[in-house]
Design a protein around this ligand. Sequence first.
Ligand SMILES: NC(=O)c1ccc[n+]([C@@H]2O[C@H](COP(=O)([O-])OP(=O)(O)OC[C@H]3O[C@@H](n4cnc5c(N)ncnc54)[C@H](O)[C@@H]3O)[C@@H](O)[C@H]2O)c1
Ligand SMILES: [Zn+2]
Length: 362
Amino acid sequence: MLELAVELGPRSYNISIENNLLSACGRLARGLNSNEKALLVSNPKVFNLYGNAVADALDAAGFEITVALMPDGEEYKNLEIASEVLDAAVGARLERGSLLFALGGGVVGDLAGFVAAIYQRGIDFIQIPTTLLAQVDSSVGGKVAVNHPQGKNLIGAFHQPRAVIIDPLTLNTLEDRDYLSGLGEVVKYGIIYDSQFFEFLEDYADNIAQRDNETIAQLIYHSCRIKSEIVAQDEREAGLRAILNLGHTFGHAVETLTGYGTHRHGEAVVMGTRAAAHLAADLGYITEGERQRISRLYKRLKLDFTFPELDPSQVYQSMLGDKKVSGQKLRLVLPRGIGRYVIIDDPGQDRLMYAAIIAQQE
Ligand SMILES: NC(=O)c1ccc[n+]([C@@H]2O[C@H](COP(=O)([O-])OP(=O)(O)OC[C@H]3O[C@@H](n4cnc5c(N)ncnc54)[C@H](O)[C@@H]3O)[C@@H](O)[C@H]2O)c1
Ligand SMILES: [Zn+2]
């Protein structure tokens, strides 16, 4: 088994990664919690695939489980559905010492974690992520939230899980598009934080594109290692953790201007990172050769998403967004060479528009 510790003092926890680990989730949870009752939150699609394996394992470990299923989709990551899951927790008479399990992708993990953060002022929860994005990113770090009509993740908390249990084999049923969306976030770690990991992605690009299980387990391990290191240094995103937003400022503009749902989040992050790389090259933080190296890796990983044809001045306005209203400055994370980052203040409309335009022509 591959194991990692997220070092956060009294809130520290382990990430365990192994094929078929779902069958061990009861035993792992029992090591952390002796309460009888537990709530298992999932959605119908994931529950049909993996619910029985998890429920059987929890049952065998002596947990009395109540299942709460939320509908599948980002549009259900909201307060109404959170409220229904809270009703299920109340109905099951969950106690302060009871456990909540989140079985699913980032949507289930974010909503279930949010419920765990507020039920009886916070109960323990365990993440059992089943999408690549959730296994490499959203299940680690304790950011939990639901959306508000006025914005994504507007209502949330920092609430660390007690454990993250990752079974890479669950990815075998994931659609290609969801797999690729998760990969978009994986490449980000190599670009801004770890040149050796970037080289690993280059060396094993074909295996990764072909979804080879062994390689994917390694890829998850290193992604979690990097995310844990960053979170351990900056749990509440006072500084360093913001580097995980590489490509996200341009990416959010793409998501907003094309309408949410047109591009998967990870696809928009790839598009945004391409634009960020052009900007970094323009400002001299990376060479043109390094920029092309990033582009080549995306291509080999089948992440060949180019920046969509959008009016560059609208892209700029969207990036400024509500920052302009609240008087905050636009800040951007850019690559500095391969494996390091730089954070810059708004480089001005011309440079940002230029980056968007040449990214469109790639
Ligand atoms: N908390 C954080 O730090 C953080 C970080 C990044 C993203 N997020 C959030 O994550 C969410 C996106 O997560 P996502 O990309 O996992 O989307 P998702 O949870 O919607 O999952 C994508 C699809 O895959 C299905 N699915 C899940 N596991 C499956 C499996 N093993 N086999 C087949 N299908 C499966 C889901 O039912 C869904 O239809 C967003 O809401 C985003 O805000 C949170
Ligand atoms: Zn992201």
